[in-house]
Ligand binder design. Structure first.
Ligand SMILES: *Cc1c(COP(=O)(O)O)cnc(C)c1O
Length: 238
């Protein structure tokens, strides 16, 4: 079992302590190892956490961070990432809006949540040869977005025609018991193989073991590293 409680004096969302995060990262690696996932990449999802948490995550050895909100990422870029010595790879994992792409183009390294042709077109215009992943709908839950599985091969081909570097597919498991995610994860891995892609981004705090058992190459975890996310109402001033 992973230790879910936070040390005394450390409220959720206040986990800007590199040693603490390093311990949590080790626990994630142990969870991965337990399902033979030693080689799986860990994307530390820092969305909704302040820039000092991102700084601590970098100090703790996180090489990849995930962000979901355009304004917040722009803010963190100004605060921290723009001149950061150990700049991590920045993965955009949230709902992508076409009109935000231009400003984010120089900050984002991997666009994991591309699920429509018009987003790919705008990316090709603003960030030629951008590294992208097609987000696939695994749950049918509207809020989680994603391209329907049957349309993925065509979208991947169109993105390649646009000159984008399509490295893989991304999916979010359904809400509920982790085991419920298994069929969708298996389907996603099947699509990755069928299309000859390399990356299969699936698995979050609750379901990373299932994802690795089904062939994940990259998990995206926030809560198990940083504790609960602070309410977005306490938003960073722009
Ligand atoms: C927030 C988020 C995560 C991290 O979720 P946790 O349950 O906190 O690990 C992973 N992927 C995406 C796309 C997210 O939006």
């Amino acid at each position: 079992m992973i230790e879910r409680s936070l040390p005394a004096g450390m409220a959720g969302g206040d986990t800007a302590d590199a040693a603490f995060i390093a311990g949590r990262l080790l626990q994630v690696r142990e969870r991965l190892s337990a399902v033979n996932g030693e080689g799986v990449r860990v994307v530390a999802v820092t969305k909704a956490h302040a820039a000092d948490v991102v700084a601590a995550a970098i100090d703790a050895g996180c090489t990849d961070i995930g962000e979901s909100y355009a304004q917040e990422l722009l803010h963190k870029n100004r605060e921290l990432l723009a001149d950061c010595q150990n700049r991590p790879q920045v993965h955009f994992v949230g709902g992508l809006q076409r009109n935000k792409i231009r400003k984010l183009a120089s900050i984002v390294d991997v666009w994991q949540s591309v699920d429509r042709l018009d987003l790919g077109e705008e990316l090709a215009r603003r960030s030629p040869r951008a590294r992208v992943m097609v987000q696939v709908d695994l749950s049918g839950e509207q809020a989680k977005r994603g391209c329907p599985a049957e349309k993925v091969p065509d979208l991947v081909a169109r993105f390649a025609d646009l000159g984008l570097d399509v490295v893989g597919l991304m999916g979010i498991g359904p809400t509920g018991a982790p085991e419920k995610a298994r069929p969708g994860f298996a389907m996603l891995r099947g699509l990755v193989d069928r299309l000859g892609l390399s990356e299969c981004s699936m698995g979050m705090t609750a379901d990373l073991e299932i994802a690795v058992q089904e062939g994940s190459t990259m998990v995206r975890v926030g809560t198990c590293l940083f504790g609960p996310r602070p309410s977005r109402r306490r938003k960073i001033e722009q």
